[in-house]
Ligand binder design. Structure first.
Ligand SMILES: CSCCC(=O)C(=O)COP(=O)(O)O
Ligand SMILES: [Mg+2]
Length: 224
């Protein structure tokens, strides 16, 4: 029996276009200036050092910025980039430059599941602070009280079963009691390999009769 829901964000609770056309360009435009202005702040300095560790050699500040910009352009889910994006988005949410996009059906169903006693969790490549910002600033108000926990790629890559085993252990439930929702079949494959139940969101495009995972268009088509 399903006792907890673990959900992806981009393409699942929220539109691809909000992330790709609003959030990513917003952070990309400000990345270099943000890093230069905050390079001595301990939380930023640590992330810049992490970029150097990933590169495997010392890099100048310009080289670090170039690498971050290249990752952003390729949508690489590198943890230090995701953390910096979240820091930049914080000002955007605070100033009201944008709100976190959440589909109406997702907001309603998340509320309903919570009221029914299910525990709700997020697993996204966006950093945990970025996840909280998105769900904290939606047209439906602050949805963060609905969630019992948040996971990002610091827990592990989204396409590896081990990440879902770790999440189940952190949630404190057997994987079979957890339903994972995502738009990406490879993420669902990994969750299934870990023993979780899965449903694929297909927000746009055709449903596929032969799909590996049960497909729905909206949260209100998910039976729990
Ligand atoms: C936390 S909102 C921004 C989402 C993001 O940065 C991203 O890379 C999308 O990843 P997801 O795992 O939610 O598909
Ligand atoms: Mg997704």
């Amino acid at each position: 029996m399903i006792r907890a829901i673990l959900t992806d964000i981009e393409g699942t609770t929220s539109s691809l276009s909000f992330v790709k056309d609003v959030l990513f360009p917003y952070a990309r435009r400000r990345l270099a200036d943000f890093v230069r202005a905050r390079r001595n702040a301990p939380e930023v300095r640590e992330l810049l050092d992490e970029v150097r560790r990933i590169a495997g050699r010392d890099l100048s500040l310009d080289e670090v910025i170039a690498r971050l910009e290249a990752w952003s352009d390729r949508d690489e889910k590198a943890p230090p980039l995701k953390a910096l994006q979240g820091m930049i988005w914080e000002a955007g949410y605070r100033r009201g430059d944008f709100q976190g996009h959440v589909y109406a059906d997702a907001a309603a169903k998340l509320r309903e599941w919570k009221e029914k006693g299910l525990d709700l969790y997020v697993f996204s490549s966006g950093s945990v602070p970025a996840q909280k910002l998105l769900f904290g600033h939606t047209p439906y108000g602050d949805l963060t009280p609905l969630f019992s926990g948040y996971f990002d790629t610091r827990t592990g890559p989204k396409r590896e079963a081990e990440s879902y085993c770790r999440i189940a252990a952190r949630i404190g439930r057997p994987p079979a009691e957890i339903l994972f929702l995502s738009d990406v079949p490879e993420e669902l494959d990994a969750a299934r390999e870990a023993g979780m139940e899965t449903v694929q969101l297909v927000r746009d495009g055709e449903l596929d009769d032969g799909a590996r995972h049960h497909q729905v268009r909206r949260f209100d088509e998910i039976a729990v």
